[in-house]
Design a protein around this ligand. Sequence first.
Ligand SMILES: [Zn+2]
Length: 446
Amino acid sequence: MPVDMDKIVSLCKRRGFVFQSSEIYGGLGSCWDYGPMGVELKRNVKDAWWKAIVQERNDVVGIDTSIMMHPRVWEASGHVDSFTDPLVECKACHFRWRATEVSDQRCPKCGGELTEPRMFNLMFKTLMGPVEEEASTIYLRPETAQGIFVNFENVVSTSRKKLPLGIAQIGKSFRNEITPGNFVFRTREFEHMELEYFVKQGTDEQWLDYWVKERFDWYIELGIKKENLRLRQHGRNELAHYAKDCYDVEYLFPMGWSELEGIANRGDYDLSQHAKHSGRDLSYYDAESGERYVPYVIEPSAGVDRSFLAFLIDAYDEEEIGGETRTVLHLHPSLAPVTVAVLPLSRNERLTPLAKEVHKQLCQSFMTYYDDSQSIGRRYRRQDETGTPFCVTIDFQSLEDNQVTIRERDSLAQIRVPIEGLAEILQAKLGGEAFDTSPLWATRQP
Ligand SMILES: [Zn+2]
């Protein structure tokens, strides 16, 4: 079922995923704050990426570089000259538009006359230093990649790794986009997950194919429906000046197919440019072949915020159950903000101590949420809306038999299990163990 963006924005606000930045002051355009549920989902997206890219591999290491860098970095990278958009300005209301957005030479807002297109740099400028007059102009990074390139030598010489070698980074980037929009899809401040994978020239095309497949499959493994994902190769005229080849992983957002991630073959452009501008030799000595060369680089570059949005949209569902509609997020358990909700049947003083004890046991291993307000039915609905895979209910019978009920989000199956070993049972369920084949009793209840 296709979902419109308004429903997602409203769910995000209602359930504490995303709030408008500085809302009490009227909000700041295209800036968003991640609330208690959003921060967990976003962290899980980044953790899943780091696990797949760094933790589970022997040929990639991580790095965390500063947002502010030497201004010459951006001269070498080409951003000062080329990171620009052609803009036109309305002579009447002074609103700026991307030249490509305006078809009939009139301001889409007020119908006013437009200026000729002018180039506008997308990097944010700021001043560094204690005295404003003497301070130097620096930029907020528009990508995390350059922090990796300028550390190539440091990483190679300290990590004792051979090529092919990847360096991965997650961090904030800033672009003064003229037309941000579509909620957290395009914003001026966002998070990047970038990998620069350094290889020998001649093996680059093969490695590009490899990473295109790896990255496409990553989204599928984390639950994105295959029919909502596609690959698109850039046309010749679309390629950035440094790129030899590039593919986009695109997702079918409510506003249409849009880029989630780009996987580019950047050749040896970046290291060569930095070698030229810094005067440092950034070539690599291959001890096996005895050759020295400037490596080529394959770059899978993904947006955290737009991945977050795609996972949310893809998980969103409205289901008819017993004549009622339930809104549910079928999020992959490893992405869900809360893994286990602990719900005493009521606030009865006999139930509370046992429920607190169960919560204490589970919060060591899982992100948990304790909730004893309102009816159990309403609490289940709330957990469904935030995508919690499991609810553990403590009732009066639990006081007698030391067992609790686990309710599973997607199948709505309920099973009764002993409190002792509850964490292990949940861990097995998270690992993919089927829910309804439990030796204990199982029922399907709304
Ligand atoms: Zn205008």
